[in-house]
Design a protein around this ligand. Sequence first.
Ligand code: PNS
Length: 159
Amino acid sequence: MGGIAVCPGSFDPITYGHLDIIKRGAKVFEQVYVVVLNNSSKNPLFSVEERIRLIEEVTKDIQNVRVDSFQGLLMDYANSVKASAVIRGLRAVSDFEYEMQITSMNRVLNDKVETFFIMTNNQYSFLSSSIVKEVAKYNGDISELVPDTVEKALKEKYQ
Ligand code: PNS
């Protein structure tokens, strides 16, 4: 398909579920900007710098992926990098209402940017950063859920 896409999220921290969506998006678009944005309903565990470092580490082998952060509206960021698309992962029906709301709002803000949803791989359909943090907090095994570098960072946080 080509073109520039933005893959936005809180990424607090990045999981195998996110990585799957980023890799699949990078096969379709020429350039993918993975951007750490602020979700006003969440209180992040990792700083923006820490989240960027983890994303950079786990995406370093994907040539057409760049990692960035932005304080503000996703649509303003999309404009600044001349993106024509947004990529979001969709796990289950429970994601739908929220995604529809932000996608509709984004379209009001800028109808030139199209949002594309990628269905999460079945093996990650239950996975979220929140669930990973919950398990990590109580010393559970998260090795199947996040890359090693993220697992290490979580262990350090909860030490
Ligand atoms: O990983 P998340 O928390 O589901 O990602 C949500 C995110 C960060 C993409 C969304 O909250 C967002 O786009 N925040 C920036 C502000 C904005 O543009 N909101 C959408 C218009 S209401």
